[in-house]
Design a protein. Structure first.
Length: 172
């Protein structure tokens, strides 16, 4: 189903630690805004208040273990996508955040020990298909478990709804 390869992402790293939960990504009090562009202005408001003002298109969120734990709110990956985050790299993800990110088309890769090699502000080149990261400043290459063909197809389509529509159309 994947017609072209997912483009590599080059961006600046925003480093976070372990157990960053969805309430740290977007606090519950902003969920009533209903407009993702307004909601996104409050992403990481407590742990990194400068994030939403300074994040650039294709910047990369890098985190430790259990990224996205807590509630199952879909708004957490959506605000990151709204801000133009190119992908999220973590040592591990909470299951629901991982699935929600894929469902909305935000690439998420598990990269062992990524926080041991990446510092805040480093430039990263991420190959989504190969699950590989090159740190520009050091030349070090980090590898994770590649995503399944189906997950790549979903990401390529722009998320689960777009993928389903594409599948449905191809069966007509």
């Amino acid at each position: 189903m994947m017609s072209t390869s997912l483009k590599p992402v080059r961006g600046r790293a925003w480093l976070f630690g372990d157990n960053v939960d969805t309430d740290q990504i977007i606090q519950g009090r902003y969920l009533t805004l209903l407009d993702y562009s307004e909601m996104a202005k409050h992403a990481f408001e407590i742990p990194r208040p400068e994030f939403s003002r300074n994040v650039r298109k294709n910047d990369i969120v890098v985190a430790g273990n259990n990224f996205g734990g807590g509630s199952s709110r879909e708004e957490a990956p959506r605000v990151l996508s709204q801000l133009g985050v190119g992908c999220v790299l973590a040592q591990s993800f909470a299951r629901l955040f991982y699935r929600n990110a894929i469902n909305i088309g935000l690439p998420v890769l598990m990269i062992p020990n990524v926080t041991h090699s990446v510092n805040d502000g480093m430039t990263l080149d991420v190959n989504i298909i190969k699950s590989a990261v090159i740190i520009k400043e050091t030349g070090e290459t980090l590898s994770g478990q590649p995503l399944s063909r189906m997950v790549l197809d979903i990401l390529q389509a722009g998320g689960a709804v777009a993928w389903f529509r594409k599948v449905k159309e191809s069966r007509k």
